[in-house]
Design a protein around this ligand. Sequence first.
Ligand code: ATP
Ligand code: MG
Length: 387
Amino acid sequence: MEKVILVRYAEIHLKGLNRPFFERLLVDRIKQALNPVHPSVEREQGRIFIYGISEEQIPECTDKLCRVFGIHSVSVASCVEKTWDAIRDAAIAETRPHAESETTFKCFARRSDKRFPMTSEEIYRELGHELLIAFPNLRVDVHHPKLPVTVEIRQNSAFVYTGEILGAGGMPVGSNGKAMLLISGGIDSPVAGYMIAKRGVMLDAVHFYSYPYTSERARDKVIELTKLVSRYAGRINLYLVPFTDIQMTIYDKCPSTETTVLMRRLMMKIAERIAKETGSQALITGESIGQVASQTIESLCVTDDAVSMPVFRPLIGFDKEEIVEKAQRIGTFETSILPYEDCCTVFVPKHPVTKPKVDKLRESEALVDFEPMIQKAIENTERMNIS
Ligand code: ATP
Ligand code: MG
């Protein structure tokens, strides 16, 4: 019996005339996610069907599909001829692995091919009857069945499956432009990138490192985190910016209480330049109000003042605990807590300003001509293609 993966869309049905565009994009994203497996992926009446995946490959493929944004849920179905006998046999085969324990079930039927000689109601009633005969320890529960058994009669075949696996939701990556994620080695920024990518935004990422104050291992950790985000967001260009000169200069020449905020401003400026050159329309950070001195409202205003691009901060209203929970769920947490240093944590002032003023910070920044250093940092930026 041929196995097929049946994919339900998330929000795409809302998109009216743009729907074909979203559907095509989702099909592309599905194919990329399943690579190197190359199944046939077909759209049909508000569903996507994936054919030609072997039984052994199915668990890995469904796992990957559950990370593709735009997918509401997937079911692994038996695809059979549209005859009652074939449908009944498939339903029995699909139910068997779940029928050993005493459990409750309910049959559902959907008939989009009205030529099929039984109505939906006749199908699910008859099927329920057959399953009760085949598995005497099953019981019907129409309100809270543990095992839903569904039959869909479509144009060319019938599909029979039990249950569905929830996907990541959101919209297909690339349906909503591109943005530049400022990624550190911490817990927050990978989650921030995940959340914006989920809304259909393609990601690039930029990381600032201060070799030799930050190590090779810290850099590898960021590369690894970017890889973990790309399991959802697809291909990401990661820009690695050498930041030591700028950081040392700030440390030498600017008021010590302001070093962190100044560093944040310069990071944003460089990120914005690279973003503009490479087609990103916004910046993304993992900041949340009040989490640390550089994330008070005043500090965020001062940081924003350094750039003209919109800055997306999807974690702005989240508690650390909520962010940690998300990081665990998407699988970045364990890597994020590896102990390597970040350039933000190498030179932390003892008494950072918590209410910096925009004018004052502009003045402090003007104490040094950063422009040549910014240009040099961008020139020496290394680009990696992460997927
Ligand atoms: P994270 O957990 O993401 O490191 P954080 O709570 O440690 O965040 P900060 O260190 O103040 O907060 O950084 C705030 C944000 O600035 C980060 O979420 C990230 O978007 C960006 N950022 C910090 N350090 C770097 C870096 N070295 N390279 C790129 N972006 C950075
Ligand atoms: Mg950090």
